[in-house]
Design a protein around this ligand. Sequence first.
Ligand SMILES: *[C@@H]1O[C@H](CO)[C@@H](O)[C@H](O)[C@H]1NC(C)=O
Length: 255
Amino acid sequence: MALKLHSLFALSTALILIQAPAEAATCTGCFVQSRATYYPNSDEQGTDTGACGFGSFGANINGGDVSAAWDLYRDGLGCGACYQVRCTDSNYCSDKGVTVVITDQGSGDSTDFILSRRAFGRMAQTTDKASSLFTIGVIGIEYRRVSCSYPKKNITIKIDESSSYPHYLGFVIWYQQGDKDITAVQLCETQSFTCKLLERSHGAVWTTTSPPSGPLSVRMLLSGDGGDETWLVPVNDIPEGWKGGETYDTGVQVN
Ligand SMILES: *[C@@H]1O[C@H](CO)[C@@H](O)[C@H](O)[C@H]1NC(C)=O
């Protein structure tokens, strides 16, 4: 009996330990303590080959203020999400920090973020202080999820170059807006109202084999922290005769 009680106690302690970080992470608007570093290459911006599959969009979006995430990558669900990240040493760091878009996956030395050099430097108060941060390399930060805002952009579908009717269709969603995740995508034939759920193949990339010729509508399920879910229905269709490499404006914004 004593043994049983002891193991129950151990179990509940373990549960509390498991729950603690999750609660911290879901506390809406709260900053979470962590660590960040920067990409080791010499580019100011992100990488064209980020795990999200955004290509050069993933290096340049948001002026190049982008990041690789580790836990926050969430198997690709985190791709396109925005975070305010600020470093915590008041000798060097500004209050505001920087807002980054997740476009890649990675971790170095227990970090949650590997920022582009541009984004990393922008957390400092001055360029001199930025140099000091770069020298330190891995720094204490705090972060919180924020809305992504692209006021002059509609959500846009970028068709993967290797896509061709009637074999394969893959795409990523550009300019994901707001602070919700895209948890599912339906590809609908607008003339017959036939829809099918697509698979997230990796990162932000959605794919299907035997795609219809179009016109097509890409519906996105937006899911919030509180469990709320909304289907976002585009205004514009992807036209019949869609092509790999093309971008198609959905005509919708979120917010
Ligand atoms: C967004 O879509 C709407 C509706 O199609 C269009 O009127 C508007 O010009 C688009 N905005 C941009 C910035 O492309």
